[in-house]
Design a protein around this ligand. Structure first.
Ligand SMILES: Nc1ncnc2c1ncn2[C@@H]1O[C@H](COP(=O)(O)OP(=O)(O)O)[C@@H](O)[C@H]1O
Ligand SMILES: [Mg+2]
Length: 233
């Protein structure tokens, strides 16, 4: 029975978390480079502790990138919280095989604390706040004063807090969170992301004065995953 569970866990990681299952692979190295670049973007007066991951449209690798980034940050020994703030199409609980009965939506709508609701994972230093049950009003919840309190609490408990978000062009959720977070990463997928959608995404983020730290270029060529990082300016 135990062995069966172990195999299942490995399989899930094999799908998406290359940084954990194959740390010596080029793509894991690329995620570590992205981590280093983010660390350099953080200074005493402009700390980068809370990071939003978004993209212009669906299926561009936001969840994949935020999970891998969270993993490589945890590998440095920093205390990391990955928050599934895509309350519309949450996937982080599936990737990490976690229970999603309580999560961010629960914390937002009840008195429970984020620190108590977050779940520890098999990855040392990595905790996850899953999305929780789908709420009817994600944008209102994310824009609420309660969300600010949750971010403040998370800042005090963790070294790095990463928010996986819905696409920025479709709904306002990522814009809202980008305006609250220290930095935003924009994921672009090779042969997928439309140029006009990408410029719209940048425009929407600029509108709320988001600090766009850079672009994660998520691509695959000849069956090999790639994840490059570009500075936004
Ligand atoms: N570079 C890539 N190579 C192969 N599959 C990928 C790549 N990027 C994303 N995918 C797959 O595409 C799907 C969508 O990725 P996901 O990270 O969930 O996107 P998003 O969160 O932006 O909607 C997932 O099944 C994921 O495994
Ligand atoms: Mg996603």
């Amino acid at each position: 029975m135990k062995r069966k569970n172990e195999r299942k866990g490995t399989q899930t990681h094999a799908v998406s978390l290359v940084s954990l299952i194959d740390p010596s692979s080029p793509v894991a190295e690329q995620y570590r480079t992205i981590r280093t670049n983010i660390q350099f973007a953080s200074s005493a007066d402009q700390q980068v502790k809370t990071i939003v991951v978004t993209s212009s449209g669906p299926s561009e690798g936001k969840s994949l990138s935020s999970a891998n980034l969270a993993a490589v940050f945890a590998q440095t020994g920093q205390k990391v919280l990955l928050v599934d703030a895509d309350l519309r199409k949450p996937t982080i609980h599936k990737t990490f095989q976690l229970n999603n009965e309580a999560g961010l939506s629960t914390v937002l709508s009840t008195g429970v604390k984020a620190g108590e609701t977050a779940q520890k994972t098999a990855v040392e230093n990595l905790s996850i706040l899953t999305s929780g049950p789908k709420p009817p009003n994600p944008s209102e919840l994310l824009g609420s004063a309660k969300m600010n309190q949750i971010m403040e609490e998370a800042r005090n408990i963790f070294d790095i807090v990463i928010f996986d978000m819905p696409p920025v062009v479709a709904v306002t959720d990522a814009q809202i969170m980008s305006s609250k977070a220290d930095g935003t990463l924009l994921v672009v997928r090779e042969n997928w992301t439309r140029k006009d959608a990408l410029s719209k995404a940048k425009e929407l983020l600029d509108l709320v004065q988001a600090r766009v730290l850079g672009v994660i270029y998520n691509g695959s060529e000849q069956g090999k995953d790639k994840a490059y990082y570009y500075y936004s300016d």
